[in-house]
Design a protein around this ligand. Structure first.
Ligand code: 2AM
Ligand code: CA
Length: 266
């Protein structure tokens, strides 16, 4: 007998694989691309279609549940009461448009504010990450080991988006400079969901970004938590999932060391 969270996972995975197939099949067709808040904030008809795909299925299968999605086809969610599906149909839209890879579908189910399942699907690599509350995190069905907390900053691979570090000056420049000089290497992938998944599987040790929304982090936070990692604001504070804000997710062994730099507000 499957638990309710396992049932959500099986259902979510089936829909995500189906959505991924649709994206791959339509990949070569011309895209209508619009900008949202600025010239580097893109949305395509694919983002909208895929979000509608999920909205329709959730509404039909779980009429009492609510959905919060980036493109607004879900409900107007201002609290996490009941069961809420949090979905980003395409995380890394700029990668989708320019590279036709390195983007993901991100889906999480929260019940009374607790993250039950988190799924991230790297559509072109066909890598499926999932986590079930209390039951661990997995990549393509293989359980991910707990992160080794004996890591120090010198051995840390840090991901951050330089553009947002420059434009949203939420952390002092001097501190950021010291931080990037202290770690082993700095990387940018351009999909917050994938960057969370990479922290969970050890490809990265930490990821920080300056203005992430609920759908960017909802699934990733569950994955990282299930391997013993920590997600907070860049100032080390507890996250309010429904806020847009600066976040840091990392191996627990270096979280405090990173916050010692990033807690210095501009
Ligand atoms: P998106 O592709 O779903 O829009 C790129 O660094 C990552 O940051 C992506 O996950 C992208 O999500 C997200 N992102 C989008 N708009 C952003 C913004 N205004 N500030 C910070 N990150 C943003
Ligand atoms: Ca998106």
């Amino acid at each position: 007998m499957k638990t309710i969270k396992e049932q959500y996972y099986i259902q979510a995975k089936q829909w995500m694989i189906e959505a991924g197939k649709i994206i791959r099949e339509r990949m070569d067709q011309p895209l209508f691309i619009e900008t949202k808040s600025g010239r580097n904030d893109l949305v395509t008809e694919m983002d909208k279609n895929i979000e509608q795909f999920f909205a329709a299925r959730i509404e039909q299968t779980y009429p009492n549940h609510r959905m919060l999605g980036e493109e607004g086809f879900g409900d107007h969610v201002t609290d996490l009461q009941g069961t809420v599906w949090i979905i980003d149909p395409i995380d890394g839209t700029m990668n989708f448009v320019h590279q036709q890879k390195n983007f993901a579908i991100s889906l999480a189910v929260y019940e009374e504010g607790i993250g039950l399942i988190g799924c991230i699907y790297d559509v072109m690599a066909d890598d499926f990450y999932h986590a079930i509350h209390g039951e661990g995190a997995y990549k393509n069905g293989v359980r991910l080991p707990r992160l080794n907390e004996r890591l120090t900053l010198e051995g840390t691979m840090l991901a951050c988006n330089h553009f947002w570090l420059c434009t949203n000056k939420l952390v002092s420049y001097a501190s950021m400079e010291k931080l990037v000089r202290s770690v082993r290497g700095v990387r940018t992938y351009g999909s917050a969901a994938l960057e969370f998944a990479f922290v969970a599987d050890g490809t990265l040790d930490a990821y920080m970004s300056m203005r992430l929304a609920p759908w960017d982090i909802a699934a990733g936070m569950i994955l990282v938590r299930e391997v013993g990692g920590v997600t907070t604001t860049v100032y080390g504070e507890k996250i309010n999932l429904l806020d847009n804000g600066p976040i840091l997710t990392s191996n627990a062994g270096v979280h405090g060391e990173i916050v010692a730099y990033t807690k210095h507000k501009k």
